[in-house]
Design a binder for this molecule. Structure first.
Ligand SMILES: C[S@@+](CC[C@H](N)C(=O)[O-])C[C@H]1O[C@@H](n2cnc3c(N)ncnc32)[C@H](O)[C@@H]1O
Length: 295
Protein backbone atom coordinates (compact mmCIF):
# COMPACT_ATOMS: atom_id res chain seq x y z
CA UNK A 1 0.00 0.00 0.00
CA UNK A 2 2.73 2.44 1.07
CA UNK A 3 4.90 1.31 -1.86
CA UNK A 4 2.00 1.87 -4.31
CA UNK A 5 1.46 5.38 -2.94
CA UNK A 6 5.19 6.16 -3.25
CA UNK A 7 5.31 4.91 -6.85
CA UNK A 8 2.21 6.91 -7.74
CA UNK A 9 3.86 10.03 -6.30
CA UNK A 10 7.07 9.42 -8.23
CA UNK A 11 5.30 8.92 -11.57
CA UNK A 12 2.98 11.90 -11.13
CA UNK A 13 5.95 14.27 -11.05
CA UNK A 14 6.98 16.43 -13.99
CA UNK A 15 10.62 16.25 -15.10
CA UNK A 16 11.59 19.22 -12.95
CA UNK A 17 9.96 17.67 -9.90
CA UNK A 18 6.76 19.76 -9.76
CA UNK A 19 3.56 17.79 -9.06
CA UNK A 20 1.35 17.53 -12.12
CA UNK A 21 -1.94 17.56 -10.15
CA UNK A 22 -3.74 16.61 -13.35
CA UNK A 23 -7.29 17.09 -12.12
CA UNK A 24 -6.74 20.08 -9.88
CA UNK A 25 -9.03 23.07 -10.54
CA UNK A 26 -5.96 25.10 -11.60
CA UNK A 27 -4.84 22.55 -14.20
CA UNK A 28 -8.38 22.22 -15.56
CA UNK A 29 -8.80 25.98 -15.78
CA UNK A 30 -5.47 26.21 -17.68
CA UNK A 31 -6.59 23.56 -20.16
CA UNK A 32 -9.88 25.38 -20.76
CA UNK A 33 -8.00 28.65 -21.43
CA UNK A 34 -5.84 26.91 -23.99
CA UNK A 35 -8.75 25.13 -25.71
CA UNK A 36 -10.59 28.44 -25.98
CA UNK A 37 -7.84 30.20 -27.92
CA UNK A 38 -6.85 27.43 -30.37
CA UNK A 39 -7.78 28.71 -33.84
CA UNK A 40 -10.00 26.41 -35.90
CA UNK A 41 -8.41 25.30 -39.14
CA UNK A 42 -10.25 26.91 -42.04
CA UNK A 43 -11.56 24.22 -44.43
CA UNK A 44 -9.71 24.70 -47.70
CA UNK A 45 -11.77 25.03 -50.86
CA UNK A 46 -11.02 21.76 -52.71
CA UNK A 47 -10.42 23.47 -56.07
CA UNK A 48 -8.62 26.62 -54.98
CA UNK A 49 -4.87 26.61 -54.49
CA UNK A 50 -3.15 29.88 -53.58
CA UNK A 51 0.09 31.19 -55.05
CA UNK A 52 2.63 33.48 -53.40
CA UNK A 53 5.17 35.62 -55.29
CA UNK A 54 7.38 38.24 -53.69
CA UNK A 55 10.31 40.25 -55.00
CA UNK A 56 12.09 39.88 -51.67
CA UNK A 57 15.00 37.46 -51.85
CA UNK A 58 18.68 37.78 -51.13
CA UNK A 59 22.22 36.83 -52.22
CA UNK A 60 22.01 36.95 -56.00
CA UNK A 61 24.26 38.90 -58.35
CA UNK A 62 21.37 39.86 -60.64
CA UNK A 63 17.94 40.08 -58.95
CA UNK A 64 16.18 41.12 -62.18
CA UNK A 65 17.35 38.00 -64.04
CA UNK A 66 16.43 35.79 -61.08
CA UNK A 67 12.93 37.32 -60.97
CA UNK A 68 12.50 36.86 -64.72
CA UNK A 69 13.69 33.26 -64.52
CA UNK A 70 11.34 32.51 -61.62
CA UNK A 71 8.42 34.00 -63.56
CA UNK A 72 9.36 31.90 -66.58
CA UNK A 73 9.49 28.70 -64.51
CA UNK A 74 6.15 29.45 -62.85
CA UNK A 75 4.52 29.97 -66.25
CA UNK A 76 5.34 26.40 -67.15
CA UNK A 77 4.60 24.87 -63.76
CA UNK A 78 1.43 23.73 -62.08
CA UNK A 79 -0.20 26.19 -59.63
CA UNK A 80 0.45 26.27 -55.92
CA UNK A 81 3.69 28.14 -56.40
CA UNK A 82 5.80 30.01 -53.87
CA UNK A 83 8.61 32.37 -54.75
CA UNK A 84 10.09 34.48 -51.94
CA UNK A 85 12.80 34.30 -49.29
CA UNK A 86 15.17 32.37 -51.65
CA UNK A 87 12.66 29.58 -52.06
CA UNK A 88 10.92 28.67 -55.33
CA UNK A 89 8.57 25.72 -55.46
CA UNK A 90 5.30 24.71 -57.12
CA UNK A 91 2.54 22.09 -56.83
CA UNK A 92 2.21 22.89 -53.14
CA UNK A 93 -1.02 23.24 -51.17
CA UNK A 94 0.18 26.58 -49.75
CA UNK A 95 -1.59 25.66 -46.52
CA UNK A 96 -0.62 28.89 -44.76
CA UNK A 97 -2.83 30.91 -47.10
CA UNK A 98 -5.83 28.70 -46.39
CA UNK A 99 -5.48 29.20 -42.63
CA UNK A 100 -7.50 32.40 -42.14
CA UNK A 101 -6.53 33.11 -38.49
CA UNK A 102 -2.89 32.83 -39.57
CA UNK A 103 -3.38 35.07 -42.62
CA UNK A 104 -4.88 37.81 -40.45
CA UNK A 105 -2.12 37.49 -37.80
CA UNK A 106 0.58 37.62 -40.48
CA UNK A 107 -1.02 40.49 -42.45
CA UNK A 108 -1.83 42.67 -39.47
CA UNK A 109 1.68 42.36 -38.03
CA UNK A 110 3.96 42.59 -41.07
CA UNK A 111 5.73 45.95 -41.00
CA UNK A 112 8.05 45.53 -43.96
CA UNK A 113 8.22 43.75 -47.29
CA UNK A 114 10.68 41.32 -45.65
CA UNK A 115 8.14 40.48 -42.92
CA UNK A 116 5.62 39.74 -45.68
CA UNK A 117 8.04 37.67 -47.73
CA UNK A 118 8.90 35.27 -44.94
CA UNK A 119 5.32 34.01 -44.70
CA UNK A 120 6.34 30.34 -44.84
CA UNK A 121 8.85 30.79 -41.98
CA UNK A 122 6.12 32.54 -39.97
CA UNK A 123 3.71 29.67 -40.59
CA UNK A 124 6.30 27.18 -39.31
CA UNK A 125 6.45 29.26 -36.09
CA UNK A 126 2.66 29.47 -35.86
CA UNK A 127 2.19 25.71 -36.31
CA UNK A 128 4.96 24.92 -33.81
CA UNK A 129 3.35 27.34 -31.36
CA UNK A 130 -0.07 25.70 -31.85
CA UNK A 131 1.51 22.46 -30.64
CA UNK A 132 3.57 24.02 -27.85
CA UNK A 133 0.80 26.11 -26.31
CA UNK A 134 -0.82 22.81 -25.33
CA UNK A 135 2.27 21.85 -23.28
CA UNK A 136 3.19 23.24 -19.91
CA UNK A 137 5.92 25.83 -20.19
CA UNK A 138 6.64 29.35 -21.36
CA UNK A 139 7.46 30.68 -24.82
CA UNK A 140 10.85 32.22 -25.61
CA UNK A 141 12.27 34.18 -28.53
CA UNK A 142 15.99 34.96 -28.46
CA UNK A 143 16.29 37.91 -30.85
CA UNK A 144 12.93 39.71 -30.61
CA UNK A 145 13.94 42.70 -32.78
CA UNK A 146 10.71 44.55 -33.74
CA UNK A 147 8.50 41.95 -32.03
CA UNK A 148 6.80 41.00 -35.29
CA UNK A 149 7.66 37.29 -34.93
CA UNK A 150 6.36 37.15 -31.35
CA UNK A 151 3.21 39.10 -32.09
CA UNK A 152 2.31 37.04 -35.16
CA UNK A 153 2.43 33.88 -33.03
CA UNK A 154 0.57 35.43 -30.09
CA UNK A 155 -2.15 36.89 -32.33
CA UNK A 156 -2.59 33.50 -34.03
CA UNK A 157 -3.17 31.97 -30.60
CA UNK A 158 -5.72 34.23 -28.97
CA UNK A 159 -4.08 37.67 -29.10
CA UNK A 160 -4.49 39.36 -25.72
CA UNK A 161 -5.96 36.07 -24.39
CA UNK A 162 -2.74 34.17 -25.22
CA UNK A 163 -2.46 31.88 -22.20
CA UNK A 164 1.33 31.60 -21.72
CA UNK A 165 4.17 33.89 -20.71
CA UNK A 166 6.26 34.87 -23.76
CA UNK A 167 9.84 36.01 -23.05
CA UNK A 168 11.42 38.13 -25.80
CA UNK A 169 15.14 38.84 -25.44
CA UNK A 170 17.11 41.39 -27.44
CA UNK A 171 19.68 44.15 -27.08
CA UNK A 172 17.49 46.16 -29.56
CA UNK A 173 20.56 48.14 -30.67
CA UNK A 174 23.74 47.31 -32.44
CA UNK A 175 27.36 48.08 -31.92
CA UNK A 176 30.06 47.26 -34.45
CA UNK A 177 31.80 44.86 -32.06
CA UNK A 178 28.86 42.44 -32.29
CA UNK A 179 29.19 39.35 -34.50
CA UNK A 180 25.66 39.76 -35.92
CA UNK A 181 24.93 42.43 -38.51
CA UNK A 182 23.12 45.73 -38.04
CA UNK A 183 19.42 45.71 -38.95
CA UNK A 184 17.39 48.69 -40.22
CA UNK A 185 15.30 49.22 -37.06
CA UNK A 186 18.14 48.92 -34.54
CA UNK A 187 18.57 52.02 -32.40
CA UNK A 188 18.03 53.62 -29.04
CA UNK A 189 14.23 53.97 -29.48
CA UNK A 190 13.49 50.42 -30.66
CA UNK A 191 13.03 48.86 -27.21
CA UNK A 192 10.43 51.48 -26.22
CA UNK A 193 8.60 51.10 -29.52
CA UNK A 194 8.39 47.31 -29.16
CA UNK A 195 7.29 47.65 -25.52
CA UNK A 196 4.45 49.90 -26.63
CA UNK A 197 3.44 47.37 -29.26
CA UNK A 198 2.81 44.88 -26.45
CA UNK A 199 1.17 47.31 -24.01
CA UNK A 200 -2.09 45.31 -24.14
CA UNK A 201 -0.22 42.00 -23.73
CA UNK A 202 1.03 41.66 -20.13
CA UNK A 203 2.01 38.06 -20.87
CA UNK A 204 4.79 39.26 -23.22
CA UNK A 205 7.94 40.09 -21.21
CA UNK A 206 10.52 41.98 -23.21
CA UNK A 207 13.96 41.66 -21.68
CA UNK A 208 16.58 44.09 -22.91
CA UNK A 209 20.21 43.05 -22.68
CA UNK A 210 22.98 40.97 -24.10
CA UNK A 211 22.57 37.22 -24.41
CA UNK A 212 23.69 35.25 -22.44
CA UNK A 213 24.30 37.66 -19.51
CA UNK A 214 20.69 38.85 -19.66
CA UNK A 215 19.37 35.39 -18.70
CA UNK A 216 20.79 35.74 -15.16
CA UNK A 217 17.73 35.84 -12.90
CA UNK A 218 15.52 36.56 -15.91
CA UNK A 219 14.42 33.34 -17.53
CA UNK A 220 11.67 30.74 -17.31
CA UNK A 221 12.02 27.41 -15.49
CA UNK A 222 10.09 25.49 -18.12
CA UNK A 223 10.01 26.24 -21.84
CA UNK A 224 7.49 24.80 -24.31
CA UNK A 225 8.49 26.82 -27.39
CA UNK A 226 11.76 28.47 -28.30
CA UNK A 227 12.72 30.48 -31.38
CA UNK A 228 16.42 31.36 -31.60
CA UNK A 229 17.13 34.08 -34.16
CA UNK A 230 20.31 35.95 -33.27
CA UNK A 231 22.13 35.91 -36.64
CA UNK A 232 25.32 34.75 -34.96
CA UNK A 233 26.79 31.50 -33.68
CA UNK A 234 28.39 32.42 -30.31
CA UNK A 235 25.22 33.94 -28.78
CA UNK A 236 23.02 31.15 -30.19
CA UNK A 237 25.25 28.49 -28.63
CA UNK A 238 25.24 30.44 -25.34
CA UNK A 239 21.42 30.55 -25.47
CA UNK A 240 21.33 26.78 -26.02
CA UNK A 241 23.74 26.26 -23.11
CA UNK A 242 21.48 28.27 -20.80
CA UNK A 243 17.99 27.33 -21.99
CA UNK A 244 17.84 24.01 -23.84
CA UNK A 245 17.71 21.91 -20.66
CA UNK A 246 14.72 23.95 -19.52
CA UNK A 247 12.68 22.82 -22.52
CA UNK A 248 10.02 20.27 -21.56
CA UNK A 249 9.66 16.97 -23.42
CA UNK A 250 7.75 17.59 -26.66
CA UNK A 251 8.79 21.26 -26.75
CA UNK A 252 9.82 22.64 -30.15
CA UNK A 253 12.92 24.66 -30.93
CA UNK A 254 13.19 26.60 -34.19
CA UNK A 255 16.60 27.89 -35.26
CA UNK A 256 15.83 30.64 -37.75
CA UNK A 257 19.10 30.60 -39.69
CA UNK A 258 20.21 26.98 -39.38
CA UNK A 259 19.82 26.00 -43.05
CA UNK A 260 21.00 29.32 -44.49
CA UNK A 261 24.52 29.20 -45.96
CA UNK A 262 26.75 32.23 -46.61
CA UNK A 263 27.25 34.45 -43.55
CA UNK A 264 24.91 32.24 -41.48
CA UNK A 265 26.80 28.99 -42.09
CA UNK A 266 28.88 29.28 -38.87
CA UNK A 267 25.58 28.88 -36.97
CA UNK A 268 24.86 25.49 -38.55
CA UNK A 269 28.44 24.35 -38.03
CA UNK A 270 28.42 25.26 -34.33
CA UNK A 271 24.89 23.94 -33.76
CA UNK A 272 25.54 20.61 -35.45
CA UNK A 273 28.46 20.02 -33.10
CA UNK A 274 26.39 21.10 -30.07
CA UNK A 275 23.46 18.83 -30.95
CA UNK A 276 25.62 15.91 -32.10
CA UNK A 277 27.14 15.66 -28.60
CA UNK A 278 23.58 15.42 -27.21
CA UNK A 279 22.38 12.94 -29.84
CA UNK A 280 19.93 15.27 -31.56
CA UNK A 281 19.72 15.86 -35.31
CA UNK A 282 18.42 19.21 -36.52
CA UNK A 283 15.71 18.88 -39.20
CA UNK A 284 16.71 21.33 -41.95
CA UNK A 285 13.61 22.99 -43.41
CA UNK A 286 13.45 24.38 -46.96
CA UNK A 287 12.59 27.76 -45.43
CA UNK A 288 16.16 27.92 -44.08
CA UNK A 289 15.06 27.17 -40.52
CA UNK A 290 16.11 24.19 -38.41
CA UNK A 291 13.72 22.28 -36.16
CA UNK A 292 14.32 20.19 -33.04
CA UNK A 293 11.79 18.39 -30.87
CA UNK A 294 12.99 18.13 -27.27
CA UNK A 295 12.98 14.62 -25.79
C1 LIG B 1 17.01 38.72 -37.19
S1 LIG B 1 16.72 39.68 -35.78
C2 LIG B 1 15.36 38.86 -35.02
C3 LIG B 1 14.08 38.88 -35.82
C4 LIG B 1 12.87 38.38 -35.06
N1 LIG B 1 13.14 37.12 -34.43
C5 LIG B 1 11.66 38.22 -35.95
O1 LIG B 1 11.27 37.06 -36.19
O2 LIG B 1 11.08 39.22 -36.39
C6 LIG B 1 18.10 39.28 -34.77
C7 LIG B 1 18.11 40.02 -33.46
O3 LIG B 1 19.05 39.38 -32.59
C8 LIG B 1 19.58 40.37 -31.72
N2 LIG B 1 20.83 39.89 -31.10
C9 LIG B 1 21.90 39.35 -31.74
N3 LIG B 1 22.85 39.01 -30.84
C10 LIG B 1 22.36 39.31 -29.62
C11 LIG B 1 22.86 39.16 -28.29
N4 LIG B 1 24.07 38.63 -28.02
N5 LIG B 1 22.06 39.56 -27.27
C12 LIG B 1 20.84 40.09 -27.50
N6 LIG B 1 20.32 40.27 -28.73
C13 LIG B 1 21.07 39.87 -29.78
C14 LIG B 1 19.77 41.57 -32.61
O4 LIG B 1 19.80 42.75 -31.83
C15 LIG B 1 18.56 41.46 -33.57
O5 LIG B 1 17.55 42.35 -33.20
Amino acid sequence: MILTRMLRQIFSRKPNGTDIARNSPVANAGRKDVAAILPRLTSPEPDRIFNFFSLIFWNTSNPQSVTAAAKEIIQHAEGGHHFADNFLTWSRNMSMLDDQPFVSAWRSNAESTSDEAIIWRRYILACAAYHCVQLEGDFVECGAYTGVGIKTVVDYLGGTAFPRTFWGYDIFEHDPSMVNHLMPEHGSSLYQRVKEKFSAYPQVKLIRGLIPQVFEGNCPDQIAYMHIDLNQAPAEIAALDCLFDRMVPGAILILDDYEWSGIYRPQKLAEDEWFESRKYRVMPLPTGQGLIIKR
